[in-house]
Design a binder for this molecule. Sequence first.
Ligand SMILES: *Cc1c(COP(=O)(O)O)cnc(C)c1O
Length: 390
Amino acid sequence: MSTEAYRRIPLWKNVPLEEWETYRWQMSNRIQTVEQLRQVINLTPSENAAVTRKSGRFIMGIPPYWAALMDADDPTCPIRRQAVPTEDEYKISPNDMIDPLGEDSHMPVPGLVHRYPDRVLLLVVEVCSMYCRFCTRSRVVGTTAGYSRPANIDHAVDYIRSHRKIRDVLISGGDPLTLSDDRLDDVLTKLKSIPHVEFVRIGTRNPVTCPYRITPELCNVLKKHKPVWMSTHFNHPKEVTPAAKRACGMLVDSGVPLGSQTVLMKGINDRPAIMKKLFHELLKARVRPYYIYQCDPVKGTAHFRTPIKAGLDIIEKLRGHTTGYAVPTFVVDGPGGGGKIPLMPNYVVSQKDGTWVFRNYSGKTFTYKEEQAGERPAGSAIEPSYALQQ
Ligand SMILES: *Cc1c(COP(=O)(O)O)cnc(C)c1O
C-alpha cells in the first residue's frame, strides 16, 4: 500500500498525512464500533453478529493504520482476521482455558509472573493499540486489572530488588508502548536502579499494529536505558509495510535489538511458504525471528489453532533450506504454566554405542562417531607432532 492509500477509504479521505502518521490521531480514531467498521469493510453476517453482541464480548480496537491494510471484501484476509471478531469466538472448545499459561497462579505480586529462576515477566498496563483476536491475555487486556497503577509497579520493583537471581526483566502487558514516554522512562529508570538487573526487554506489537508510536523521542528514552531489547510480533508478510520497516529501522538504529514472536494460526500463516516469506522480510528489516508459538488454548480461539505438526512442518521446511537467522524456535507454552517447550523435527535416525546416524535437511544420512572412553588416556593432550602433520 502506498503511503496515502488510506485516502481511498471515505471515512479518512480528508485526513492529512501529518495527522495520520501520529500515534495520538491513530489512538483517538480507533475503530471500536460496528458503525465505524462498516465504513471500512463489508462485514459478513458472522462479523456483524460478533461485533454487535450485547454481552461477553472481548474488546475490539483497531487503529486506522491497521484497518487500512484490511481487505474490504475478503473475510479471510490475514490482517482482517487478526482484528475483526467473528462468531467463531463464541464456539467454545473443551480445551479452552481462561488463563492457559497459569500466569495468575505464578504471580508473587500483582502483575509480576516469576516462572523461571533468573527472569520475570512484568505486566505494566492492560491496554493495547490493537486487540488481537487470539490474545493470550484476553482475561486481563481491556479490563481494569490496575497493572499500570504506580503502587503496583512499585511493589513489583520491590520484589525484583529483593530477589537477586533476577537478571532479566521482560516488560509486557497489554502493550507497554501505550504508556507515555515519561511513564516508560520512569519504569525503566526504576528497573535499571536495581544492580542485579542486567537488562530489560520490552514486548510490544506497536511497531506492527501502529508503527507511528515509534518516534525519535521514544528512541531517546530507550537509548538512555541501554541495553534494552525488544520483542515485537509479526504474523504475516503483509504486516511488513514501509511504515513498519521504518519503525523497526529507527529502533535498531537506536541500539535496540529486535526479535519477532510469531503466533502460528490456521489460515493466516500455517503454510511454510508464508512463514518463509515473512522471515525473509523481517531479516531485511533487521528483525530476528525469535519464536513461533503454538497458539495457546485461550478461550474463544479454537478456530485459530493448528495441529502441532503444522509448526514442525514449517521448521522442517526452513532449517537448512534458508538462512539460519530466518529460523525461529517453535515452542509450545506448556498449558498450566510449564513455560516454553521447544519442538524440533527429528533429525536423529539412530543412535547406538556412540554411533549416531543423522539425516540432514535434504534427507541424506550422515554418521558421527563419538570418542569412546579408554581409546586415549584420560587427560592426554593432542600430540605436538599431530599438530605439525596438519
Ligand atoms: C516467555 C516468558 C519469559 C521469557 O522467556 P524467554 O525464553 O527467555 O524469552 C519469561 N517469563 C515468562 C512468564 C514468560 O512467559
